[in-house]
Design a protein around this ligand. Sequence first.
Ligand code: SF4
Ligand code: ZN
Length: 297
Amino acid sequence: MKCTKCSQTAVFSRPDYCERHFTEYVEKKVLETVRKHGLVSGKDNVVVAASGGKDSVSCLYILSKHLKNVRALAIDEGIIGYRQHTLAYLKRFCKAHNIPLKIYSAKKELGVSLDNLVKQGQHGCTACGALRRHIMNMKAKELKATKLATGHNLDDEAQAVMMNLLRNNMAVSARLGPITGVKRLQGFVPRIKPLYFCTEKEIAAYAFLKGFEVPFAECPYASSSYRWSVLYGLNELEGKRPGTKKKIIESHLKMQPKLKEGNPGGPNTCKMCGEPCAGKMCKVCSIITSTKKIKLA
Ligand code: SF4
Ligand code: ZN
């Protein structure tokens, strides 16, 4: 199979490109997403939320290659046997590419580790997402970030759309998209997703071709998540009908203005910690409060 742009051997199919044209294609797609969706302006101070996995490392690499003063922050949720490996790689990567990196631990910031929360009955991915979003937002503000970039790709977003649909979580779905939090929730650093239109397969190939030696460690809690089931279902559909995930994203983007109208969301702040949240208490404070109650009982 030949590259459709030159006579070299293709390393990727659909689009059929050689190594050079494929990596250029991915970077161009990311930069077009940034431009077309207004993810970053000249005055923005961009911090990338990185984990050391292929998506966040690729996002960090592409943004720091094309934008000035990009920094990284990472959260150590406290998942023994997993997170230390990805963070060790992230440290090496940032050092090699001269990218300033700050790592914050959930234990130090909030006095909890994910492993302990799971032992006390919390669901791994639910608690993990809450801890991570919470610390990321707090620290992004401290770092004076005006945009917080994440490595979510098209597959992640298609899964999120389907999960919210299946759970009738339309208020959460209304907040999905390449940029969130533009109608400024007080105290919320807007999130941007530069890899929004890149598939998981494309980013995996890009990271491999760029020589990013991301660890293959798998989170011990991943297989028990609802996302895992949705991921399998969507991969099966995608295998039978290629383009399914992209169509889910396109349909979602068409519906999103209506979803936002119907779910305006209130700019509340948590009564315990002051972080932005939808209700009266943020998810992290309610998790910590409920685990304390379990201990006291
Ligand atoms: Fe956190 Fe779940 Fe991802 Fe593990 S799989 S890092 S628990 S969100
Ligand atoms: Zn709170």
